[in-house]
Design a protein around this ligand. Structure first.
Ligand SMILES: CC(=O)N[C@H]1[C@@H](OP(=O)(O)OP(=O)(O)OC[C@H]2O[C@@H](n3ccc(=O)[nH]c3=O)[C@H](O)[C@@H]2O)O[C@H](CO)[C@@H](O)[C@@H]1O
Ligand SMILES: C=C(OP(=O)(O)O)C(=O)O
Length: 419
């Protein structure tokens, strides 16, 4: 298992190129299962989760070919509808195969993804939405078995919780349903808009993506398409926070500030200079006092839960006290005990972390428990004194493309070590 070894106390300065978004690429690669031809996706990040998706698509019969950051997927060769546990357990987003498979083939068997470190993460909304569209669903032996006689039927679906994954699964399924589907209380994330743009390029009829009401007029067939994955707003936010914590200055290139407004607002409140351009964001924290900021996670356009751990780390380094309240996942504070091991003054009360002034941070051996928790430990290691060792960095590799190379180029002293 690989580790990161970080010698702390460096600042960060320079430019970093942001990769394509994991959370847009995953649903979009599964959308290729809907098309009866070849789809070409550009700006695809090189990540462990993308490798897992590639393996799953190949298991389902799709031909998959890389050319740099472009991935070509042939939906015409798909001939299997079973997504096995061995692959699904590695990545929860595998459940996004369910909607496309049942919509196109009338049959899908997808392993239940199970819980993960940040929470139970049920898929009841995915299942009940497909049932409203006429699918018969049985959950047996750890698998979701979905079947339908003929095509799925358009339906009015109200999702009682705002769910990114359920919105994506049902949106994909609705594109091939017979008639009109309305998704109410839909998630409004930029990644949903990017998915809808891809589906429209395949021939789908969709309006309202990015709002809480999405309408889909089903069509009989979808083709392949050409589509670009949008930049990763969470990777961008992670580098901006890293620069602020290290009192440096960093330009994030190939990104989009529109999707990051709630994060940029909090960075400004933390006293950072933030400048935005068409496709870049610059943060400058040199000779400035970093101030702790209150955060409450919410569905988009609120503050993203995927930036919560990084801002917890920022508050540890900042002056003053502030609270971080997590409202999306019930167990997303696994980084807190690890940060405490480095000297962080944080107290947990229910779903709130209370961050006080921290006297000093010293390097320690810490354990990554999930993707964003790992990022917060790396960022803290960069500003702590001495050596930090971050264990179980396979979590980081799920969602950050070569984070150690990108941080090293900015001046961090971080190395990957095989153990
Ligand atoms: C691959 C991907 O895009 N992952 C993102 C996606 O995860 P994911 O799509 O899994 O997250 P959801 O938006 O579905 O989860 C939001 C909340 O809804 C609950 N829920 C969800 C589905 C369901 O059927 N029933 C139910 O109760 C979840 O337990 C959670 O409490 O959105 C999350 C919330 O922004 C992000 O943190 C993840 O990075
Ligand atoms: C929680 C995350 O991802 P996933 O839904 O893939 O676990 C994340 O990207 O922070």
């Amino acid at each position: 298992m690989d580790q990161f070894v970080i010698q702390g106390g460096t600042t960060l300065a320079g430019e970093v190129t942001i990769s394509g978004a994991k959370n847009a690429a995953l649903p979009i690669l599964f959308a290729a299962l809907l098309g009866e031809g070849k789809s070409r996706f550009s700006n695809v990040p090189h990540l462990r989760d993308i490798g897992t998706t590639e393996a799953l698509l190949k298991t389902l019969g799709a031909e998959v070919e890389w050319d740099g950051d472009t991935l070509e997927i042939n939906g015409a060769t798909v001939n299997n509808v079973l997504a096995p546990y061995d692959l699904v357990k590695q990545m929860r987003a595998s459940v996004l195969a369910l909607g496309p498979l049942v919509a196109r083939f009338g049959n899908a068997q997808v392993s239940l993804p199970g819980g993960c470190a940040i929470g139970a993460r049920p898929v009841d909304l995915h299942i009940s939405g497909l049932e409203k569209m006429g699918a018969t669903i049985k959950v047996e032996n750890g698998y979701i078995h979905a079947t339908t006689e003929g095509r799925l039927r358009g339906a009015e679906i109200f999702m009682e919780t705002v769910s990114v994954g359920a919105t994506e699964n049902l949106l994909m399924a609705a594109t091939l349903a017979d008639g009109k589907t309305v998704l109410e209380n839909a998630a409004r994330e930029p990644e949903i808009i990017n998915l809808a743009q891809c589906l429209v390029a395949m021939g789908a009829k969709i309006s309202g993506a990015g709002s809480s009401r999405i309408e889909v007029e089903g069509v009989e067939h979808l083709s392949g398409c050409e589509h670009k994955i949008l930049p990763d707003r969470i990777e961008t936010g992670t580098f901006l926070v890293a620069a602020a914590m290290a009192k440096g200055e960093v330009l994030c290139k190939n990104t989009d500030y529109h999707s990051l407004e709630p994060v940029l607002e909090k960075l400004r409140a933390a006293n950072a200079i933030v400048e935005v351009n068409d496709d870049s964001i610059y943060v400058d924290m040199r000779q400035r006092a970093l101030k702790a900021v209150n955060i409450k996670t919410m569905p988009h356009p609120g503050f993203p839960t995927d930036m919560q751990a990084q801002f917890t780390a920022l508050n540890v380094v900042a002056e003053g006290s502030a609270t971080i309240t997590e409202t999306i996942f019930e167990n997303r504070f696994m980084h807190v005990p690890e940060l405490q091991r480095m000297g962080a003054n944080i107290r947990l009360e229910g779903n709130t972390a209370i961050c006080g002034d921290t006297a000093s941070l010293s390097g320690a051996q810490v354990m990554a428990t999930d993707l964003r928790a790992s990022a917060s430990l790396i960022l803290t290691g960069i500003v702590a004194t001495g050596e930090t060792i971050v264990d179980r960095i396979y979590h980081v590799d799920r969602g950050y493309q070569k984070i150690e190379d990108k941080l090293s180029r900015l001046g961090a002293n971080i190395k990957r070590r095989k153990t």
